[in-house]
Design a protein around this ligand. Structure first.
Ligand code: B12
Length: 265
């Protein structure tokens, strides 16, 4: 029963329903059944990285889902074609998927483009534009792995299986990188975006933290409520369905989705 959705379709649905979720008093039903690709933690193919990738633009989430990528050459209009496998600048001994190959795969899947100059000094790209969102004199794209800024560019940094990879616009001016979950703590691999089943009429707590520091975020909007000093809201779903929520707060980078599958009693 229900609708089978590809990862790409699912991402589009999430994107298009985001605004509805934040403007209605009742959560919006997104889909009947969802198929989410999860990382195969037992796979022995270590060159293929399966990560939870988010690309957060200024107004919308450009991409959010698990994605698999491996070593490859990438091409940008401003930087040309170069290898991007983590061996760049001898950062890693063996080739693997990287933070930039994950983004490159998302670009292929969703059909958006990105651009960046290439630096021979760093053997890496300086990404300046993703899906039409281009850096300004004061706002730049930043890269985080498990909510920490990486010390290198995206082709030098290999993505480990299950990592949370975040490309965020205006990252260097953000005061926090929001993380939403049904758990009060963050652990890796991060399963916060896996759907959670909730019975109708049962109160359910959502937590919003700063992913970089694990500190609770007060005053964030999620599921039409504002988080308290402990970063919490309690929602009581009344209608069966599948609901996805993101947390937002001015000056911060919006969170991942949390998805609740609300079932009848
Ligand atoms: C200023 C700066 C920035 C600014 C650039 C602003 C601008 N106006 O363009 C901002 C804040 C945007 C930035 C971003 C990043 N930076 Co930076 N940045 C610097 C810094 C402090 C000075 C660079 C500079 O102005 N040099 C002087 C000018 C005249 O020389 P230039 O060659 O023209 O400089 C340009 C390049 O350096 C480029 N650039 C800046 N950062 C990076 C990172 C990479 C990977 C590449 C290829 C190019 C690049 O922007 C500069 C200005 O146009 C250097 C540290 C240093 N001492 O070099 C780090 C440095 C270059 N950055 C670094 C890193 C890691 C990053 C990020 C990947 C951080 C992150 N996790 O998000 C991002 C890039 C992400 C992306 N979009 O691809 C590292 C690179 C190390 C490496 N082996 O890859 C450095 C060396 C800092 C460090 N960790 O020691 N950065």
């Amino acid at each position: 029963m229900g609708i089978k959705l590809s990862r790409v379709t699912l991402t589009y649905i999430f994107q298009t329903t985001l605004n509805q979720v934040s403007t209605t008093t009742q959560p919006t039903t997104l889909i009947e059944t969802q198929t989410i690709l999860r990382c195969n933690f037992t796979s022995t193919n270590l060159s293929q990285s399966c990560v939870y990738l988010r690309i957060e633009g200024p107004e919308t989430t450009i991409f959010e889902d698990f994605i698999v990528s491996g070593p490859r050459s990438i091409t940008t209009a401003s930087g040309g074609t170069h290898i991007c496998d983590g061996t760049n600048l001898n950062a890693n001994p063996t080739p693997g998927g990287t933070l930039t190959t994950a983004m490159d795969q998302a670009a292929q899947d969703l059909g958006f483009t990105y651009d960046g100059t290439y630096s021979s000094e760093f053997e890496d790209y300086f990404i300046q534009s993703i899906a039409g969102v281009t850096q300004t004199l004061t706002q730049f794209w930043g890269i985080l792995s498990n909510y920490q800024f990486t010390p290198t560019g995206g082709c030098q940094f290999q993505a480990q299986r299950g990592d949370v990879v975040l490309w965020a616009f205006d990252a260097f001016n953000a005061v926090a990188f929001l993380h939403a979950s049904s758990s009060p703590t963050i652990s890796y691999p991060d399963t916060s975006s896996y759907p959670i089943t909730v019975i109708v009429g049962t109160p359910h707590t959502l937590y919003v933290l700063d992913g970089s520091t694990n500190s609770p975020i007060a005053g964030a909007l999620i599921a039409n409520q504002i988080t308290n000093a402990s970063g919490m809201v309690v929602i009581t779903p009344t209608v069966p369905g599948t609901y996805s929520y993101k947390a937002t707060k001015s000056g911060t980078i919006r969170s991942n989705y949390v998805t609740l599958v609300v079932v009848p009693t």
